[in-house]
Design a protein around this ligand. Sequence first.
Ligand code: ADP
Length: 393
Amino acid sequence: MTILVLNAGSSSLKLAVLDPVSGVRRLTALAERLGTPQASVRVNREDAVALDDPSFAGALTFLQPRLQERDLRIHGIGHRVVHGGEQFTAATLIDDAVCRAIDTCSRLAPLHNPANLAGITATRTLFPDLPQVAVFDTAFHQTMPPQAWRYAVPEAWYREHGVRRYGFHGTSHRYVAARAAEMIGRPLAELALITAHLGNGCSAAAISGGRSLDTTMGLTPLEGLVMGTRSGDVDPGIIAHLVQATGQDAVAITRQLNSASGLLGLSGLSNDMRTITTAAADGHPGANLALTVFCYRLAKHIAALTVALGRLDALVFTGGIGEHSAVVRARTLALLGFLGLREDPVANASDGDANGRITLPGGTQALVVPTDEERLIAQDTADLIARRRESTR
Ligand code: ADP
């Protein structure tokens, strides 16, 4: 099968046509600055082209002839959807009722779900004959037990307003856990893993037998680890304190916790880990502090997540930072020697040996596993299409 995978953000649209089994891309496209006069789209490595109609539908209409070229033969469309609430525990074939449910979940992800839905609406109009599937960032974490997903807050907040921990990056955590099992050479069903997805957003998950038991993000992606521009864990008392001290409202302060904090807030320099590590090596005090807090918080959360597992077979690093920053991995492992993790400096410097391993033999393993969320979305989509064919046969 050939599957079109769509990731619609608030002002961008990422698109890939791929073989779900091999993961080989047959076409990729990125539309950026949608909704503005500067909207453009780039197909494969060709030059960017300005869009006359800067909407999602405009970008897809522009791409439609390329997607319908005879040799591509797309069988179905998989959509990344950020929030599936408690309703969606796995990938789902899209119909009108599913669209309504995704819309209902928008109250939990007001920046993301409406954009995801706009992508779905546009492709349902342009490709009415193709089956479409929603793959949710939250679904993988729906196996968490109540002690992991409940906040210790009044029950009515949960019942009436959905205030609980959902977790995100589920597609990445699920993909790298399965790949890690292959690379280690043991069945996923036997393994107790912690996966650390470290990109612009960062989260870690405790995965036992392929099921998520706990994760660091919560109701929103703000909770947990230090990220590029997000604070991660803070005392919620900070918000009322700053409302009183500065006269800003809670929404404005929360916006700064999301977009002016993390590596950027600590360093005063950048949200980009490459810039931070280079500046820290040159003695920049803010960058050094940002790197130290980032690795300390990460190690602290990894240690906490071992409580959910009772033991640790392997720690997995993924995402742009996890896959490429030997400094972050080395500093994090150095704080976790008591879990049996001992860095192999040579393997770590080359982003892992042939099996991704970056630790010395004999102890607990840590490995680098490149993530590929688009490939798992394509696999889920192809599986659901095949199952639907079976059931209608
Ligand atoms: P996103 O979450 O947007 O998909 P990525 O997974 O690509 O982002 O991760 C982006 C982060 O990865 C940035 O902080 C970037 O600096 C970092 N990164 C990418 N390459 C390297 C590298 N060689 N060394 C250190 N950090 C890197």
